[in-house]
Design a protein around this ligand. Structure first.
Ligand code: GUN
Length: 280
């Protein structure tokens, strides 16, 4: 019988641990502050930002939010980020993506001080991860490693296949699994015989952004399947990149959607915020 990896429970455990740590830091006079910047009012971004603020409040992290109009210029945003970089009372800076088209996202990410880059998106953070140095790790991949470890699934020596090569999930995921001593393959839209490659995986991580892309033809008997996708179905339910019903009988463990990877991203963001006072 397959294990259903419980992201809700694991993320709640992590948040409890962080709450405890933050309380101890406060006893020693250390207050953590996260600044969240949203430009424009994309409804999905507003939901994400609201959830981040709620998590901060729960854990005891001070959150300051800037809700800037769509018309904000690139220079205005860069000036704000620079001021926050120089403000010693600010520990973490998060600029919610996507940004309006007239703003260069890469430039904004590069302007955030690596010491306050709680998203782990700065090239220095990614570079540090790639050569095994300390730095912030992108939250979703970091959350997936926690899901595996806290579910008692060993990573060392395993064949890990990742479907998807985004800067936010696929690439840092590969680097993290390599750091955990897995043998790692990344697949993408141009990969030949993708289902055959996927079938090599002991641990299959799917972040391709296509609903129900992965069926049992992609899954080795007994594999662990991690589904990063999140889609709304026609009857307004949430589902992932993996056809859960189809693969369920073939896997040894699987993340559900919702309640798998999703809740981990904010938990790991909170973890990065706490690390701002320990990682430097
Ligand atoms: N937009 C969607 N996910 C994320 C995230 O993890 N961080 C930021 N900054 N923007 C996002």
């Amino acid at each position: 019988m397959a294990i259903i990896i419980d992201g809700k429970k694991i993320s709640a455990d992590i948040k409890e641990e962080l709450k405890d740590k933050v309380s101890k830091l406060k006893d020693n006079g250390v207050q953590i502050t996260l600044v969240v910047i949203q430009v424009g009012n994309d409804p999905a971004s507003s939901v994400y930002v609201g959830n981040k603020k709620k998590a901060c409040e729960y854990i005891g992290i001070n959150s300051i939010s800037y809700e800037l109009p769509e018309s904000t210029t690139q220079d205005e945003l860069l000036d704000l980020v620079t001021n926050l970089n120089n403000d010693a009372s600010v520990n973490g800076i998060l600029v919610q993506l996507p940004l309006p088209k007239h703003i260069d996202e890469d430039l904004v990410i590069q302007t955030i001080s690596p010491s306050k880059d709680v998203d782990g998106f700065h090239p220095q953070s990614v570079g540090a991860l790639s050569i095994g140095q300390k730095g912030f790790v992108s939250c979703t991949p970091a959350g997936i490693v926690q899901l595996l470890k806290r579910s008692g699934i060993s990573i060392e020596g395993k064949e890990c296949v990742i479907i998807g090569r985004s800067n936010i999930v696929g690439k840092p995921m590969a680097l993290l699994m390599l750091r955990e001593n897995a043998t790692v393959t990344i697949c993408h839209s141009k990969t030949k015989k993708l289902s055959e490659v996927a079938k090599r995986a002991d641990i299959l991580i799917v972040a391709i952004g296509k609903q129900h892309f992965v069926t049992k033809e992609f899954v080795k008997e007994g594999a662990v399947v991690i589904d990063v996708g999140m889609h709304r179905t026609d009857n307004n339910k949430l589902s992932g990149d993996v056809d859960y019903e189809d693969v369920f009988e073939h896997v040894s463990a699987i993340t559900p959607v919702p309640g798998g990877v999703g809740p981990m991203t904010i938990a790991m963001l909170m973890n990065n915020c706490v690390e701002t006072v320990t990682i430097k």
